[in-house]
Design a protein around this ligand. Structure first.
Ligand code: SAM
Length: 214
């Protein structure tokens, strides 16, 4: 997908990424995952008409590119992120695209405080799961499951065990995904894909997961 010229300066600062310590720092310094267009794997889900229903929650929406794309495709989207700088960027980009997305500043560990049970028909998780510590995953998945309607879809994109060790988020195994989702979800598939980034020329090796709440 072409990159908008006002948005992306391709990385020349791989070393600097290591020095950034907070989510806010990342957004002030061209976050590696902010490729200024929706992730290809998310676009493919939409093109295959896999996303269930109309009301979609984009968890850890970041600069909002996936939310904006989904809204442009006709979904009613709420993007949530706890980094104020991300939400600000996302709101500006949605305005520029002339599309309505509700961007909500909040913590995904408190979804059930903000939203009703079963309020969303689908949840999109692009590169948030792999930032959650393994200890916190059960709590995280419970939050998602609570706000998702029975039969609703959970679509998750994360770094996979096939990505060589090194900088970046933790690498997630297929067996971890099965273990963390199996209590509340039927997993349709866990497939190899790539996460586009400013620092991986061809993308980072990743899994895309499609699951339905039981
Ligand atoms: C790697 S970025 C991915 C952003 C976006 N989904 C994308 O694909 O470009 C992860 C995002 O999750 C957000 N995040 C991390 N932990 C969070 C939490 N507990 N609650 C809400 N947002 C969170 C961060 O602020 C960051 O914007």
């Amino acid at each position: 997908m072409p990159v908008s010229k006002d948005c992306l300066t391709i990385v020349t600062k791989i070393g600097a990424v290591n020095l950034l310590t907070s989510w806010s720092d990342f957004y002030a310094n061209e976050a590696p995952w902010d490729v200024c267009h929706p992730q290809r794997a998310i676009v493919e889900l939409v093109k295959r008409r896999e996303i269930i229903g109309n009301r979609v929650l984009d968890v850890g929406c970041g600069a909002g590119e996936n939310s904006i794309y989904l809204a442009e495709q006709g979904f009613s989207v709420l993007g949530i992120d706890f980094t104020p700088e991300a939400v600000e960027i996302a709101r500006r980009r949605a305005e520029k695209h002339d599309v309505y997305v509700e961007f909500f500043l909040g913590d995904v560990f408190e979804l059930e405080e903000y939203f009703g049970e079963g309020e969303f028909e689908s949840v999109v998780d692009s590169a948030l799961y792999h930032t959650v510590s393994i200890e916190d995953v059960p709590r995280y998945i419970r939050q998602i499951s609570t706000v998702l309607l029975g039969g609703g879809g959970y679509y998750m994109l994360c770094f996979s065990e096939k990505e060589p060790p090194g900088r970046g988020p933790r690498r997630v195994t297929k067996s971890e995904i099965r273990d963390s989702l199996s209590a509340s979800f039927d997993i349709a598939y866990i497939r190899d894909t790539l996460i586009e980034s400013r620092i991986h020329e061809k993308g980072a090796k990743a899994y895309v997961v499609s699951a339905r709440k039981i």
